[in-house]
Design a protein around this ligand. Structure first.
Ligand code: 13P
Length: 269
């Protein structure tokens, strides 16, 4: 099945406002110039996950201008939350929920990123609730899963990612859309990318597991790779049939690098 290639940038807790505005402008201009192949209904999609305050700016005149007419309806770049609450609106200080994020232009939400799991104590159960909250409000959740180096060395990669995948999907209804991002923890921010053999093996296992658990409809679910993706290694990863895109951290903070990775995505689509 032909799934679109998704090139996603996770800005994490970066950048400051001045740098971020010019980063956005360059990425938006570069994406717009590839409009014939990139966009909501094209073979390649671009998704940016900025820190939450950027959503307001992106919905305003300034942000909208960067990407031409009618952002976010133009659909050339889609925006996502890095984190959303598993609760609906109410007295929950500090939380931002999926319905509100959607009203401010979000179309996606990262869920279960390893930094959230390891630094902020998120559990498989909480991740499952966030997946359901995001999908229930019409966002497309991107479930992030991946093993630590210790787990890989112990030969437990398959067991760990299978558990995380099954738990993450456990509260989703069959018709709800989602994506999966395989991000080995040892490859995140380390400059140590997984080899194409390692990526192929895990992605194939995930694809088989999705097929087993969620049936033929899971064919449409994109499985992205993340972990030290750079312009240098993007093409070899994206050329793999089992890889439907890249979730890019560090390299997404440099417009030229991110656009080169986008080029690799276009070439492999
Ligand atoms: P790096 O690309 O910096 O390794 O980060 C990957 C990541 O965590 C994306 O979500």
């Amino acid at each position: 099945m032909d799934r679109p290639i998704i090139i996603a940038g996770n800005w994490k807790h970066n950048p400051d406002r001045i740098v971020g505005e010019s980063l956005w402008r360059e990425v938006a201009a570069g994406t717009m110039s590839r409009k014939s192949t990139v966009g909501a209904n094209s073979t390649v999609k671009v998704v940016i996950f900025p820190p939450a305050p950027w959503l307001g700016w992106l919905m305003s005149g300034d942000g909208a201008e960067c990407i031409g007419n009618g952002f976010p309806d133009s659909g050339v770049i889609e925006i996502g939350m890095q984190q959303i609450s598993d609760r609906s609106a109410g007295a929950y200080t500090g939380e931002v929920g999926a319905a509100m994020a959607r009203q401010f232009g979000a179309r996606w939400a990262l869920v279960g990123h390893s930094e959230r799991r390891t630094l902020f104590g998120e559990t498989d159960e909480g991740v499952a609730r966030q997946m359901a909250a995001a999908a229930g409000e019409g966002l497309c959740p991107m479930l992030c899963i991946g093993e630590t180096l210790e787990e890989r060395d112990e030969g437990r990669t398959c067991e760990v990612v299978s558990r995380q995948l099954e738990a993450g999907l456990s509260l989703l209804h069959e018709t709800e859309q989602y994506a999966v991002a395989y991000e080995p923890v040892w490859a995140i921010g380390t400059g140590r990318t997984a080899t194409v053999e390692q990526v192929s093996e895990v992605h194939q296992q995930l694809r088989d597991l999705l097929q087993q658990k969620r049936g033929a409809e899971s064919e449409a679910v994109p499985i992205l790779y993340g972990g030290s993706v750079t312009p240098e290694n993007a093409r070899s990863l994206l050329d793999l049939d089992v890889v439907d895109g890249a979730l890019v951290g560090g390299a997404s903070l440099d417009a030229a690098s991110f656009l080169e990775i986008l080029e690799a995505g276009i070439a492999s689509a």
